[in-house]
Design a protein around this ligand. Structure first.
Ligand code: ATP
Length: 236
């Protein structure tokens, strides 16, 4: 397995306040990697740091590029798509327009075919293709945000709490789809999630973040069997 994303000594700050204190982790090609952690642990900041949205130092190598200090635009151009917490759709535009915007940088002729492909994966989006994104349910908006990110044909998708605000049954469906995308298409993912049960179900490896530092790492089976992880994140 080759390394797609290699992070070392990643630090990030908001002004004078440092919230990430030197993280080391990797995502291999085709892996779904999970970052668990309580509120305020620094999960969102980790994804923001990878996307060039917060003041960052350390080393981040992605697919042959060093990206610390790069702008978000450059980072997305080389193949990292970020689905932020709270979705990330343009609410005034239709579902179809949102998907086309996801592909705005592409120059190939397969954009329309890709839209059809994501409609196959997320049939509810096809049924609502001409509706404004703002009128979709929370779960549909989350699916749209993910499909929109995938329209850029990324090599790595960063998913920030995809379960946030969704009904359990919708979340389960969404995670099943994410798992399928990972298994069948080899889509590499870094998923930040508070719902540890779901996240450990689709990831192959994971890291636990506490107040800006990684305190446990391992395969998802190892994490699910770790007493501390079970008590803190699985409620057992
Ligand atoms: P949650 O699960 O609640 O979203 P999280 O693990 O994603 O939490 P972060 O949002 O990364 O945590 O926040 C990490 C720390 O950074 C917290 O102490 C938070 O208060 C602080 N923080 C986050 N955003 C900012 C900001 N824009 N300015 C200052 N401090 C911030």
């Amino acid at each position: 397995m080759s390394v797609l994303l290699e992070v070392s000594e990643l630090r990030a700050s908001y002004g004078a306040v440092r919230v990430l204190h030197g993280l080391d982790f990797v995502v291999n090609e085709g892996e779904a990697v999970v970052i668990l952690g309580a509120n305020g642990a620094g999960k969102t900041t980790t994804l923001r740091a990878l996307s060039g949205m917060v003041e960052t130092s350390g080393h981040v190598h992605f697919d042959g590029h060093s990206i610390v200090g790069s702008r978000s635009e450059q980072i997305s151009r080389i193949g990292i798509a970020h689905v932020p917490q709270g979705r990330g759709t343009i609410v005034d535009l239709t579902v179809a327009e949102n998907l086309r915007i996801g592909a705005y940088r592409r120059r190939d002729r397969e954009v329309a075919a890709d839209i059809e492909r994501w409609y196959d994966v997320f049939p509810k989006l096809e049924a609502r293709a001409d509706q404004q994104a703002g009128n979709l349910s929370g779960g549909e908006q989350q699916m749209l945000a993910i499909a929109r990110a995938l329209m850029s044909r990324p090599k790595l998708v960063l998913l920030d709490e995809p379960s946030l605000g969704l009904a359990p049954i919708v979340t389960q469906e969404l995670f099943r789809t994410l798992g399928e995308l990972n298994h069948t298409e080899g889509l590499s993912m870094l998923i930040v999630e508070q719902n540890a049960n779901l996240a450990l179900g689709i990831g192959s490896r994971g890291y636990v973040l506490e107040t800006g530092s990684i305190v446990v790492s391992g395969t998802t089976d190892e994490l699910a069997g770790d007493d501390g992880v079970r008590r803190a994140y699985l409620g057992v």
